[in-house]
Every structure is written in C-alpha cells, then in structure tokens.
Design a protein around this ligand. Sequence first.
Ligand code: GLY
Length: 563
Amino acid sequence: MRNIKSSFVIALILATSLFYHTSFAQTYGQNGMVVSDNTVASQVGTNILKKGGNAIDASIATAFALAVTHPQAGNIGGGGFLVYMDANGMSTTIDFREKAPLLATPDMFLDSDGQLIKGSNHEGLKSVGVPGTVAGLYMAHQKYGKLPWKDLVQPSVDLAANGVEFSYTLAEHAKNFNKGTYPQFLKDYYHNSKGELTKHGELWIQKNLAETLKLIRDHGRDGFYKGAVAQEIATYMKENGGIITMEDLNKYEAVERQAITGTYKDYGIVSMPPPSSGGVAIIEMLNIMEQANLDSIAFNSTAYVHLVAEAMRRAFADRAEHLGDPDFNLEMPLDRLTSKAFAKMRYDNIDMNKASVSDTLKFGQLYDGKNTTHLSVVDKVGNAVSLTYTLEQSYGSGLGSPKLGFIFNNEMGDFNPQPGYTDSGWLIGTDPNIIQPEKRMLSSMSPTIVTKNGKPYLVIGSPGGRTIINTVFQTILNVIAYDMPIKKAIETMKIHHQWFPDELIFENDLMSPDTKKTLEAMGHVVKGRDNLGRLMGILIPTDGTAYIGASDSSSPDGGAVGY
Ligand code: GLY
C-alpha cells in the first residue's frame, strides 16, 4: 500500500509541477542566497541572512521552516546530512541520519520462514528510525552558528501557529489522502480546527506542531530528545506497536565527520561520507569521467549517455559491496574507491560500443525512497551550506502522534531487510547495511560543494532516492565539464543507472529517438521517466559578481531567494 501511495504522490507532484512551477530564470543575490523546495522557507532563511546570520544559521532556519511548509520531506521526525564549507575553504559535515532502535534486529521484517514480509520495512511504527534532525541542526548551531538558537526556530513557530497559505500541491495531496487507505494521522493532517479539509489558498494552521517547535526553541536538543516530546513519542510507540523508547531518544547523538573529498581537473569536490553513499559514488564517477576526453564527447550524444551509464553501473556496484554505517563497518576502502587509479581500472573495462552486463554477484541498493528535500545556502562572506534531509518516502511512515503534530520517518526501509539473500530483482542482503541496533542505514543523500581555488564555487543537492547520486553527479559535470549556466545544468537531460535493475532510465522527451535506438542496439535496456531529480543549487562566481541561485522547475513550490 505504501509503495502505491508514494508512487501516486510522486506522480501527482510531477503532474502538478507542469502547471505550477517556478520560473526558468536564474535568481541573483549580491549578499546571500537560499534555495529550497519551498519559497516561503527560502525567504525565512534569507531573512536570517539579512539579520546578520551566517549560512549555518540560515540553513537551520530554512530546515525548520520546511518542516512546517513542506511536510512531505521537510521534517523534525527524520534525519539527514549537512556539508559546510566556510569562505576560507575549511570544510566539515554533520551526520544526523536516523538510527535503528535498540530493540531492532536483522530479521525484524521477516516471517517465520525467513522471507521478507513485503512492504513491512516501509510500513507501520517499526519502520521508524530514531529521528536525527533536531540533534543535527542543534549541533551545527553549537559549533558554527552565530545568531541565538531561538531566533532560528521562532519563524517556524510563527508559520505553524499563524498558518501558511495552503499550496495547490498540498491541497492535491490532502484530497488524495482522504480518498485512499492511508493512516488516520495522514487523513487528519490537512484538516482545519473544524475537521474540514483545508483548501488551496486557505490558511493552514498547525497548532500542535507549533507547541512542539516552542519546546525545541526553548530547550534546544533536549526539547526533542528529553521531556514532554520524547515522553510522548515513547508512549505513542509503546501503545501502538512501535519499538522506539525513551532510552533511544535520550541516547541519540549527531556526529561531526570529516568530509569526503576528491577532484575533477582543477575543481575540488567536498561531499558527504558514509553513512551516505553519495559522496564516494560521485567522486568515483567524476574520476571515471576524467579518464575520458570529454572535449570530444558531445553532451547528450550516444557516446555521452553510454559512458555516463557505464560509470554509474560501476559506482553503484561498488556502493552496494562496500558501504554502510562507518561506526559498524570499520574497514571501508574509501581511499581506494575515490582514487584516480581505481577509476582508471573501472574506466579501462568500459567498451564504448557495447553495454556491460550487470554482474549478479554484485548488487545495487534499492531501498531508498523517492522523496527527500535539499537546500543550499551562501551568506555574505561566502560561507556555504549544502543540506539534504528526509523522511525516506513521501510523508514518511504517514504516522505520528496527533499531540506532537509531526510525521515520523520510515527510514528503516533503507536497510537491507533480508540478510544474506540477494536476487537480480530488488532484494539485497549484503552485509554492510543489514539492520543492527543503533546502526545508521545507508543513504543516497548527496549534499555537495564544488570548490574552485579551494573556495566554495557550486553548492548543490537533490531529493530522489538513489537517483540523487546520479542527478547531483550530472549537474556537477554539466557545470564544470560542459560549462553550462547553473539553471541549464539543473534543467537539462539526466539519466539514471544503478547497476540493478539493469536499466538505463532517461527523462521523457529529453533524449532523441535516434539516441535511444542506438543505445538499445548497444545492449542497453532504455526506459523513459517523466522526471529525474529536483536540484537546488547556488553558483558563486569567482569574479565576485552576484551569487546565482536556481531551483529545479520540477519543484512545484520551490524557489531561490537572494538579496
Ligand atoms: N531515504 C533516502 C536516502 O537516504 O537516500
């Protein structure tokens, strides 16, 4: 049911975006820029910059605002990653990925015959990971913020308490929830105080969420992981069959981790290390592309699509074989996977006339959702934040305590659910990502900063499950190898290959029929899709002219706000 539901919501988002998207223009800002999936939230962040806040402050305020205005992925009940680089080139990351609860077990989604109970890892309260968002945003503030914490949360308290204009997209979701077999929490989510469905253009007020946010505003991390909020989460879980306890919440900590880094020619790549697989895979793919002479391979030609797909095929196989939570996988060969020598080996066995065969002994991770949201921020002095966070699927588990007013993730679905069992369809049982108590599930979220002369140059990220890695990779390549303006780099044709299933996905209408035919003759299974990625990016020109912000036109409510 969840899969059908989330596909429907995604189809709806895509359909509505045709009628309701932001302009194709780039946005310029002399002093600062915030780009996110919701223009109101971007404005909240820009207001913080105007008040003298830095990029970290603005990213925190925007993330809290998205938890109010963009509840399909903006959240306090999920988790994510933040990549930070200051104007002088110092970089770091904050990992606030959800963790498996202490009572979780490797076989928790299996029946008595050891078979996966279909859908169970994405449904119900057992699919909820211990949320990390509030801890991560709080840690970012403690270490690198400037304005008082309260100033960063207050705008979201106001948005929730006073209401936001209900968008066309959310109104369509609301109608859908009330037609289908959704959890009661989701059916009630968009109701007003009279119990009626909020309509497009009306004010949508979230009183209980406002109260939860007030506790976070006043008590920081402890406002969520201790006291009344934590108690209500634990009680709700216990009474309704969940396994997250007060101990899980008290124990949760975000982690500051060294960024994973690489290069493409003169550019630096600064991205998220495991438990994200994004940074490693993006660097591996850029290294493979560097081996080729792209000056002689035209963008979007058959040779280009084939080479990009083969790079993806290889990187996704390596991802599945090696990557997981670094606290549980102590021997991950990150240096090797991101080295030029490794990329040469991978590049050397690409046949430019023929598709490779995906080897069934290696497998691509298939369990991440198609939602998630990304925001990019640059402040007046050039500090940059790239932040992606998620509930896993659109609206996560669709469950939550009505008293708290926010949605719980279903991130446990990002683990490999059936240990040791892998097939060529979608089941993967490789070791690095099996469920263990307190382990973080492998992610594809890829918040990234590209540098030029050692300073932030391009701030970029996207939602989209596994496609995140590939859409971020291609957007970077479009800017730094094909010299595209950022907006064009975001909008132009993307493809996706993830090793298994062995399919080359392209965006409908953006690949010529001739190219498709030639790729099929080379052995690729080529399939169209309406859209890949929803990229949110900022370019920082090296000549000191205005920052350039761009939000993907496939984001119905998204927008770049500069000043
Ligand atoms: N849930 C999407 C991801 O973490 O990749």
